[in-house]
Design a protein around this ligand. Structure first.
Ligand code: ARG
Length: 446
């Protein structure tokens, strides 16, 4: 039997005190507040994450291919110096979805992200099932895709490590991330924070080094004739992947102090930092060398080679390998919590809902890690990428419709729910059918 994990409740219910301060919500929205069952506002005992941790996690799981692969690729093949506009449009698209996530996260404290939002707004079991499936695919397959991409870079760098001939580095990375998660919050938080600081440091180094070679001539013409506006928009679609991952923080709501305030703030702050760094890196790249001379597969490395700065090129090659694993980790972290939440609701076998002494979903994390390692070892990269993109888009659609439905009342809300019970699954299957056509050969092909 399905056990309601979150539910609609009147404003006076326990937990309402945790609603964010600031401008008072309109009376209409106040009546539709969504609060989790339980008198503690939904937080688990010993909620351990704060704003800085969540922003670090958001940047950790978001900043990656946008800087290291997509900026160079879009600049050299689709938009020229106007790559900055492509990146900006991609970031704006994610920011719009982030507003829906933030509104819901300020009203629902649960580990299930879009799944919990669909549940709390009463979208019905089919929408909840689609949400759960999309989230599992998003977390697990994007972790596998990032690991496969990282493994390709490692093998190309050819450090002469004999055991890499036998063991697949992508599988090893997923197992490493799983091991860290099992080790508990302390190890995970340390790894995330240290890797994020290193990643931000590396990107600031890239930006500063590239800007030192700034030449305004490289930005002329800003929109090359052969690419035009359509090139900028194609580039925006490709760069979209570079901004995904910001929603990972929603899955940590139960582990966060004052989640209703902290999670929405972390969503925006994380996306601002990630978006700002990625756009600035794109600008620095095309201002340092002519976009047409960049190697689409090796963005910054090729730029520094053209500039004759071998030291910077070596720093990027090694630095990228060191800081990318945290992107895979950021994808895997929410997966165990989601599986645990699904088990609590009766969608998955009950043992998966078990938590260890420090309240970590041990079995669910192990299962999620093992399944992801198998995907990383067996599924071709393009398939991972296509299905993952379809799943993420479905999650964004679900978050937006949940936000819209939760603002309505009475008969209109009922009608919308009925409509969406059909619309959501249909959209998901259409996206699945269409995905190979519009995402193959985009983003991170190794
Ligand atoms: N939850 C996700 N979809 N994660 C994928 C994150 C990928 C990350 N933005 C990158 O460019 O490497």
């Amino acid at each position: 039997m399905l056990r309601a994990h979150v539910m609609l409740a009147p404003r006076a219910a326990p937990g309402a005190a945790l609603l964010p301060r600031g401008p008072r919500p309109s009376p209409r929205r106040r009546r539709a507040d969504l609060v989790p069952r339980g008198a503690d506002g939904g937080e688990r005992r010993g909620a351990r994450y704060g704003l800085a941790d969540l922003v670090a996690l958001s940047v950790a799981s978001t900043v990656g291919s946008g800087v290291f692969s997509l900026a160079g690729r879009v600049a050299s093949q689709e938009a020229g110096p106007a790559v900055v506009l492509s990146l900006g449009i991609g970031a704006m698209g994610c920011l719009l979805s982030a507003t829906a996530y933030a509104e819901l996260a300020s009203r629902v404290v649960a580990a299930g992200s879009v799944y919990a939002y669909a549940q709390a707004t009463g979208l019905g079991r089919s929408a909840m099932a689609v949400a759960a499936l999309c989230l599992i695919v998003e977390y697990s397959w994007s972790c596998a895709a990032v690991s496969v991409d990282w493994s390709g870079k490692l093998l190309r760098a050819d450090f002469g490590l004999p055991f890499l001939q036998v063991l697949d580095p992508a599988v090893l990375l997923v197992l490493f991330c799983t091991g860290l998660l099992i080790n508990g919050t302390k190890a995970s938080r340390l790894f995330t924070n240290v890797s994020t600081v290193a990643k931000v440091g590396l990107i600031l180094f890239l930006i500063a080094t590239a800007l030192m070679a700034f030449d305004a001539k490289n930005l002329q013409p800003f929109i090359p004739e052969e690419y035009g506006i359509s090139g900028i928009l194609r580039g925006a679609i490709d760069s979209f992947f570079g901004f995904l991952g910001f929603d990972a923080v929603c899955a940590l709501a139960l582990d966060t102090k004052d989640a209703r305030r902290v999670v929405p703030n972390a969503l925006f702050l994380g996306l601002f930092v990630s978006g700002g760094l990625t756009c600035l890196a794109g600008f620095a790249l095309v201002s340092a060398v002519p976009a047409s001379r960049l190697d689409p597969a090796a963005g910054f490395v090729s730029a520094f080679e053209i500039l004759g700065n071998d030291f910077a090129a070596a720093v990027v090659t090694v630095g990228e390998l060191l800081v990318l694993p945290v992107v895979a980790f950021g994808c895997l972290l929410p997966l165990g919590r989601l599986l645990c939440c699904l088990a609590e609701d009766g969608f998955l076998p009950a043992p998966l809902a078990r938590r260890d002494a420090s309240d970590e979903p041990l079995l669910a994390t192990l299962l999620g890690g093992a399944a992801t390692a198998i995907c990383a070892g067996l599924v071709p990269f393009e398939d991972l990428n296509d299905i993952c993109s379809a799943a993420v888009l479905s999650c964004f659609i679900l978050a937006s419709v949940s936000a819209v439905v939760s603002r309505q009342e009475g008969a209109l809300q009922e009608q919308l729910r009925g409509l969406l019970a059909v619309f959501v699954p249909c959209t998901f299957f259409c996206l699945l059918l269409l995905s190979p056509r519009w995402t193959t050969d985009t983003a991170l092909a190794p």
